[in-house]
Ligand binder design. Structure first.
Ligand code: PEP
Length: 253
């Protein structure tokens, strides 16, 4: 049985003061035992705030990570942050291949695969985001798009690498739009992803957590997380308010 994972993605939001308040609120809300013991919770923060997040979360069961990672270890890559730098602050997770990185910063499948490899090399769990654009769904090519995005990683790192990773299926049309995929729409793609992995390695397919992301909130999380292949969520907007985030953390199996 896989644990549920609820991971917040703060994106380019927050200040030292607001993050302090948000984390205190989440920790307070988690302290009454209302989040199930089989649900893991994490927040992914802007790089600059990671030391502060580390300090606030020391000794708690709230994990944290980064929103991206450099594919390089060191060198002349101005503005980048490497896996060893994230290790210095004990990051457990790094998001790779978020659709905003793919569309706004031109990250290709190969770049995402290299970032995935960099995270693993440093013992950081990549949260690999994959998902189709609205026009791709309308053209009926959702499965081939997510297969291509997944194959870039499998071809570079091997399917076994997914055993130490998290996959987040995030239909791009659902991110930040309020247009959540229906539980069945999401389940269909999750089952496709798990089936594709199972064809290569059934124990990895059983183990890998596949999160859904795209306008998850306290009102729809229960139904989504109840689906057999949905193992939690990657949460954007609703991760910025403690009560909204906690409502999602309390949902699910
Ligand atoms: C995201 O950014 O990964 C995301 C799912 O955002 P939102 O929850 O706001 O749709």
């Amino acid at each position: 049985m896989r644990n549920t994972l609820v991971a917040g993605n703060w994106k380019l939001n927050g200040s030292k003061a607001s993050i302090t308040e948000l984390l205190k609120g989440i920790l307070d809300g988690m302290s009454d035992g209302s989040v199930k013991s089989q649900t893991d919770v994490a927040v992914c923060a802007p790089y600059i705030y990671i030391p502060h997040v580390q300090e606030l979360l020391q000794g708690t069961n709230l994990a944290y990570g980064s929103e991206s990672i450099s594919e390089h270890d060191s060198g002349a890559y101005t503005g980048e942050i490497s896996g060893s730098m994230l290790n210095d602050f004990d990051c457990k997770y790094a998001i790779v291949g978020h659709s905003e990185r793919r569309t706004l910063f031109a990250e290709k499948d190969a770049d995402t695969a290299n970032k995935f490899a960099a995270a693993r090399k440093h013992g950081i769990k990549p949260i690999l985001c994959i998902g189709e654009l609205l026009e791709e769904r309308e053209q009926g090519v959702t499965e081939s798009v997510v297969a291509r995005q997944l194959d870039a990683v499998i071809d570079l790192e091997g399917v076994e690498a997914l055993a130490d990773a998290v996959i987040a299926y995030e239909p791009v049309w659902a991110i930040g739009t309020g247009m959540t995929a229906s539980p069945q729409q999401a389940q269909d793609v999750h089952a496709f992803i798990r089936g594709k992995i199972a064809a290569l390695n059934s124990s990895v397919a059983e183990k890998v957590q596949i999160l859904y992301g795209g306008s998850v909130n306290g009102g729809n999380a229960d139904e989504l997380f109840a689906m057999p292949d949905i193992d939690g969520g990657l949460i954007g907007g609703a991760a910025l308010k403690a009560e909204d985030f906690l409502a999602i953390c309390r949902a699910g199996k």
